[in-house]
Design a binder for this molecule. Structure first.
Ligand SMILES: Cc1cc2nc3c(=O)[nH]c(=O)nc-3n(C[C@H](O)[C@H](O)[C@H](O)COP(=O)(O)O)c2cc1C
Length: 337
């Protein structure tokens, strides 16, 4: 299966809560949480997508005929391209798709093969965290734990350690998810000390996801994070926020080489990925389009979408004078906002 339109057509017939729009931009699904939309008026999701259009790539064709390579590194593992699958949990509730967490993650992991890495999600039901881990090959999943209150956090980190994963993540912005503040277990906000406790308990590289300011990035760094994801949870935790592409450059500049900087929110094409790499990201996570591909055509759909992104990234690199990921620099783009 190598036709994205057909993958979307199939996905539409298999889910009730997402329209698999021609452009996944948050307009039709504004306010649909649960569902796949952005919170409130949906403006943060919409802005993530629209602001990316205000970064232009600089064509520069006076270059060698050397092959373009998109190969990159993720904490010591070679990946075919610096694009990762973002964690998306509760696939039934959010997409109205008849797929278990295991089946969903299995489709993603199979589709990505040894080419790239899947971040998996978490929920009040422990199965949302643990089921996907059964799909991991050689630990090639990054489990993403919610910021639970202390004891629950420790318990879940211990379970992750037993699963053989070598890097973990916590979406600390999920402290703002109203649905997880009530019931058991409950999420909470973490200060720098709270982040340190997570890093110490994990004893493996920890990535904090949900960083939108230089201040928060510095606190994550002080806590000993190995990386951050510049993310607003795909616009699902706060309306009227800045987009991730608008804050990426200042955060990446402040962090320098001290931590890995990933970004997500609204990235849809290889050319979008190129823009993030130029503005300082080490890698890009993509959420909703991978979900639609997995629901529509399982591993085949995921593989098709991943290869489309890789081909678009290669083409952009080729036309902008870059032959390897490390060639992608700020001068390769012009920011229009
Ligand atoms: C339906 C849905 C469920 C999500 N569940 C999680 C989750 O369990 N953990 C998490 O860290 N992020 C979660 N996210 C946020 C994504 O990881 C990611 O930050 C966001 O979707 C990126 O934006 P994009 O979908 O526009 O690419 C979820 C997003 C959606 C749309």
């Amino acid at each position: 299966m190598n036709d994205i339109d057909e993958i979307k057509r199939q996905a539409r017939s298999k889910m009730t809560k997402c329209k698999a729009c021609r452009e996944c931009n948050g307009i039709v699904c504004a306010g649909q949480t649960p569902g796949s939309g952005g919170k409130g008026n949906g403006s943060t999701f919409i802005r993530n997508v629209s602001k990316l259009k205000e970064v232009c790539v600089n064509m520069n064709v006076i270059a060698s005929n050397e092959e373009v390579s998109t190969e990159s590194d993720f904490f010591g593992s070679k990946v075919a391209l610096p694009v990762y699958v973002a964690p998306i949990g509760n696939i039934k509730a959010n997409y109205g798709a008849d797929m278990s967490e295991y089946e969903y993650t299995y489709a993603l992991v199979e589709g990505c093969g040894k080419e790239t890495i899947v971040f998996s999600g978490d929920g009040q039901n422990l199965d949302v965290l643990m089921e996907p881990l059964k799909a991991a090959h050689d630990g090639w999943i990054v489990p993403t734990i919610k910021p639970w209150q202390k004891d629950e956090m420790k318990k879940r980190i211990e379970m992750i350690k037993l699963s053989g994963c070598s890097v973990c993540c916590s979406d600390i912005d999920a402290a703002g998810l109203v649905s997880l503040k009530t019931g058991t277990p409950a999420v909470e906000f973490k200060d720098t000390e709270g982040l340190k406790e997570i890093v110490e308990a994990a004893q493996m590289p920890v990535i904090f996801k949900g960083i939108m300011t230089v201040d928060a990035a510095k606190k994550a760094m002080e806590a000993g994070a190995a990386g951050i994801v510049v993310s607003n949870h795909g616009g699902r935790v706060l309306q009227d926020s800045l987009s991730t592409i608008e804050v990426l450059e200042e955060i990446a500049d402040a962090v320098g080489d001290h931590m890995k900087v990933f970004v997500d929110g609204g990235f849809r094409s290889g050319s979008d990925v190129f823009k993030a790499l130029a503005l300082g990201a080490d890698g890009v996570l993509i959420g909703r389009p991978f979900s639609i591909a997995a629901i529509g055509y399982h591993a085949d759909g995921v593989r098709t979408y991943l290869h489309q992104i890789q081909n678009e990234l290669k083409e952009t690199m080729m036309m902008c004078g870059c032959r390897s990921i490390s060639d992608i620099k700020k001068a390769c783009v012009r920011v229009m906002f």
